[in-house]
Ligand binder design. Structure first.
Ligand code: SF4
Length: 331
């Protein structure tokens, strides 16, 4: 697997009525081709801001970026001119949004909207674009594709619309698909179907996928790698199975412990007390300290540095990697 997107020291500041918000605070992240990478964290932790920065979807009159987002071995997306950026949007890198009801223009036929993406990026005829769109609709399970091509968004259910938005985002065979909370607006059975479909299509098309979610269950279901975000920083990242079985950062462990489980694995559901810090001022020490049950005096005044374990597993904490199983003494 080669590196497709390399984010180095990304910071994103937002201008708001309450001042400058440091929404993303110096993150490093690598997305390799052919992998499903998840970013998980609570609302407001900066996960969607990070994902949208890859396509520069923010209102740039109110946002300031620093750092770099290198695409395909060198081109910095943050420095690209508008023309080059438009060439990769929807073609090399595409995005699925949370609410399928707002993805489509309600006045245009679903199929025509999918074909339009092809006509913008590829030199093909309208008839060929229609044929490929019908095929893609069938691939995502909207059958029969030819009849559904002419439907308007209001004629489809939420699940069908999310399938259609997956079809639209994959029609140009992107190298990276960004999915921002793609199942949050759907009911539970439909969520499972959409996750299964995304995984199946990712394997078939060899695209990389970056999935944004607040739900660790979604990460466990579909991802190869995970980055956990808190207060605008990545606080732990690595292989999903390793992090799930032996998290090193107290916040990751608290998130995993708050997943509802049934049957033999059922445990008392826990919640994380308190709230994340406000991001419109400087944070001294560890951002998680006010909520962390392992916090020591040092944690409130000294910012932790990343520790790296085998297999690229990294976490940002003063604790030694086996501390959570030994009661949590800081070093
Ligand atoms: Fe908790 Fe301290 Fe680790 Fe922060 S650095 S997560 S406060 S133990």
């Amino acid at each position: 697997m080669s590196e497709l997107v390399q984010i180095n020291h990304l910071k994103v500041d937002l201008m708001s009525i309450s001042g400058l918000i440091h929404a993303v605070r110096d993150i490093n992240l690598t997305i390799s081709s052919d992998e499903i990478h998840g970013i998980v964290g609570e609302s407001g932790c900066g996960k969607s801001m990070t994902a949208k920065s890859i396509l520069r979807l923010h209102d740039e009159s109110k946002v300031e970026y620093s750092g770099e987002i290198l695409y395909d071995g060198g081109r910095d997306i943050l420095k690209m001119n508008k023309k080059d950026l438009l060439k990769i949007r929807g073609n090399d890198i595409s995005m699925i949004f949370q609410d399928p009801m707002t993805t489509f223009n309600p006045l245009l036929r679903i199929g025509d909207q999918i074909s339009e993406a092809l006509l913008i990026h590829q030199k093909i005829s309208k008839a060929e674009a229609k044929e490929r769109s019908v095929e893609m609709l069938e691939k995502v399970g909207i059958l029969p594709g030819a009849a559904r091509y002419s439907m308007y968004p209001f004629e489809m259910s939420g699940g069908q619309l999310q399938r259609a938005s997956i079809a639209m985002s994959l029609i140009c065979s992107p190298r990276l698909l960004i999915a921002d909370e793609p199942t949050t607006a759907l009911d539970v059975t439909m969520q499972a179907q959409i996750l299964k479909l995304m995984k199946q299509l990712q394997r078939e098309m060899h695209s990389a996928v970056l999935i944004i979610t607040h739900n660790f269950g979604v990460i466990a279901e579909i991802c190869d790698k995970v980055s956990v975000m808190y207060a605008g920083q990545i606080i732990e990242s690595g292989d999903v199975r390793k992090i799930f079985s032996a998290p090193c950062h107290p916040y990751t462990k608290d998130l995993i412990d708050s997943i509802p489980r049934s049957g033999e694995r059922a445990t008392k559901l826990t919640s994380i007390p308190g709230a994340p810090p406000k991001l419109n001022h400087t944070i001294n020490g560890c951002a998680y300290a006010p909520r962390c049950k392992y916090a020591a005096e040092k944690c409130c005044c000294e910012a932790p540095e990343f520790r790296t374990l085998d297999g690229g597993h990294r976490y940002l904490c003063h604790l030694a990697h086996d501390s959570l199983t030994k009661g949590g003494a800081t070093e």
